[in-house]
Design a protein around this ligand. Structure first.
Ligand SMILES: NC(=O)c1ccc[n+]([C@@H]2O[C@H](COP(=O)([O-])OP(=O)(O)OC[C@H]3O[C@@H](n4cnc5c(N)ncnc54)[C@H](O)[C@@H]3O)[C@@H](O)[C@H]2O)c1
Length: 308
């Protein structure tokens, strides 16, 4: 069976591509390599260097005729940059999604599995956020993800292109770089390796729901056959503050490092933890990694990749 992964040369995309290849799928990657790295890809993955906004991406889908398109390509502007330049997020995340949807419709792709984000919820004063809670994006990046979700829903309604929308928590794991989105752990890796203090915006009590990239990959693969027409949170349901995260990294690396507290950023979400009851009911899936286990593996990877 053939699959297309947009953004497949990126952090999460490459883990997904390599897993799909190892399961015997013929995997085509559409990636313009703005942040992606072809070296991360399995040798049997077929890379098409193309932009999701262009005709070339449509052409790949026309020729390959995949069963499923995993749509992960996204402008990785990050909150602050996205506030300065909203059009970059709009062009890739909305126009790019629309272009991919047009191709899915025209060339009879059965399903699109979309990488959305916890950020669509904004700041909700709630312990655990469910998919039925209100959405209130605080950044243009989050807004563009929400708009893309709505286009995806309408393409099913009007044209029958099936979908599963996965709203990821904060993803971490091997090969993540500080260039990507939601990448505080990768930023800390870089700061540790450069001997710099770790940066915290605010007082460090803000929380995130961290999920290991291998658990995200498993949810994507489960969505090939399950979760038709569903929007699903994908995370662990646990919240961890930045201060707790730093303590765990410190205990894994057994290295002393300072912490530099800077003023909080207006677009930052204060607390985020996702209710995962729905995904666990709809997909044959549950998160396997605790943050401690995942960081143990990730920190080992840091140590083996660079001499601290
Ligand atoms: N990393 C996280 O914590 C997180 C959280 C929530 C959602 N997501 C979503 O998951 C997806 C993957 O994120 P990631 O962390 O792997 O980021 P990443 O930057 O590592 O991967 C994104 C990939 O998309 C490619 N790309 C960017 N613009 C493109 C374009 N116009 N045409 C073709 N390719 C393009 C990049 O080259 C890169 O390979 C994104 O959609 C992101 O919004 C990530």
């Amino acid at each position: 069976m053939k699959m297309v992964v947009t953004g497949g040369a990126g952090f999460i995309g490459s883990h997904l591509v390599n897993n799909l290849v190892s399961q015997g799928y013929e995997v085509h990657v559409i990636d313009n390599l703005t942040t992606g790295d072809p070296c991360l890809l399995h040798s049997e993955a077929i890379l098409h260097v193309a932009d999701v906004r262009g005709d070339q991406a449509q052409n790949v889908i026309r020729v390959v005729k995949p069963e499923v398109v995993f749509h992960l390509a996204a402008a990785q502007t990050g909150g602050q940059q996205s506030t300065k330049s909203p059009s970059a997020d709009f062009e890739t995340n909305v126009m790019g999604t629309l272009n991919i949807l047009d191709a899915c419709h025209a060339y009879k792709v059965r399903k699109i599995v979309f990488a959305s984000s916890y950020s669509v919820y904004g700041n909700l004063a709630k312990e655990l956020i469910t998919e039925h809670d209100s959405v209130n994006p605080l950044s243009f990046c989050a807004l563009s993800k929400l708009a893309a979700e709505q286009y995806i829903r309408m393409f099913k309604h009007y044209y029958g292109v099936d979908y599963t929308i996965l709203r990821y928590g904060n993803v971490y794991g091997p090969d993540q770089t500080a260039k990507g989105e939601g990448n505080v752990i990768a930023v800390y890796q870089e700061q540790v390796q450069n001997g710099q203090p770790l940066t915290v915006y605010g007082d460090g009590t803000q929380t995130r729901d961290f999920i290991h990239v291998k658990d995200i990959v498993k949810a994507n693969i489960a969505a090939i056959d399950y979760g038709s027409g569903e929007i699903l949170n994908v995370s662990t349901g646990h919240s961890t503050s930045m201060n707790q995260l730093i303590d765990i990294i410190q205990s894994q690396l057994s290295l002393p490092f300072g912490v530099n507290y800077l003023p909080a950023k207006p677009e930052d979400i204060l607390h985020s933890s996702l209710n995962i009851t729905r995904i666990c009911a709809v997909l044959p899936w549950a998160p396997e990694y605790t943050l401690e286990q995942g960081l143990r593996e990730t920190c080992r990877h840091w140590i083996s990749s660079v001499h601290l």
